[in-house]
Design a protein around this ligand. Structure first.
Ligand SMILES: [Zn+2]
Ligand SMILES: [Zn+2]
Length: 179
């Protein structure tokens, strides 16, 4: 347990819930909007967080919006690229005496790290591959040059490569409904 705690990253935006926890179920307050950022796998995540915190019968519920950006390098051309992310956070944090396995708990000093919750929500909505906006041209799957594989001068030269090319979707198929 000790080592697990030591491995936790530093808190991002701790919110003291003592006043709310002193109330019975039904209490609620709007948290002052704040921003938080973090670097993950060479990409920078920035979040603007707007949440309300409600008292529940076993802790608090943190609900609101997380808007932000993901900044890194384009997966195709390696130029700097960014994506706008827009997601929601809806988490219940429990008082220790109501703890259940795997539940988020209210921490020391009756605090919850709302900044970390927001960054986790943003990370769940991240782009798996960042691309330029507007998108840069797709790279050739055969030679890596700046043309579609169907136009590749190397197409058909090597039977193994031709086999690969046959696996690529035909041009202009993007956006077609599936099923
Ligand atoms: Zn690009
Ligand atoms: Zn090519």
């Amino acid at each position: 347990m000790e080592s697990e705690l030591a491995a936790l990253p530093p808190p991002r935006y701790l919110v003291d819930l003592s006043p709310l926890l002193a109330e019975t179920s039904g209490g609620s307050f709007m948290l002052e909007p704040f921003t938080v950022e973090d670097r993950l796998d060479d990409e920078l995540f920035k979040a603007a967080v707007q949440v309300r915190i409600d008292r529940t019968n076993r802790g608090v519920r943190i609900v609101g919006s997380v808007r932000g950006s993901q900044e890194g390098l384009c997966g195709r051309c390696l130029a700097p690229a960014a994506a706008q992310l827009d997601t929601a956070v809806d988490e219940e944090a429990l008082e220790e005496r109501h703890a259940t396995e795997g539940a988020l708990l209210i921490g020391k000093g009756n605090s919850v790290d709302v900044g970390r919750l927001a960054l986790e929500a943003l990370d769940l909505s991240r782009r798996l591959v960042l691309l330029c906006t507007p998108p840069c041209p797709e790279r050739c799957g055969l030679c890596g040059a700046n043309h579609p594989a169907s136009d590749c001068p190397e197409r058909g030269l090597d039977p193994r490569l031709a086999g690969l090319a046959a696996l690529l979707p035909p041009e202009g198929d993007e956006g077609a409904p599936i099923g």
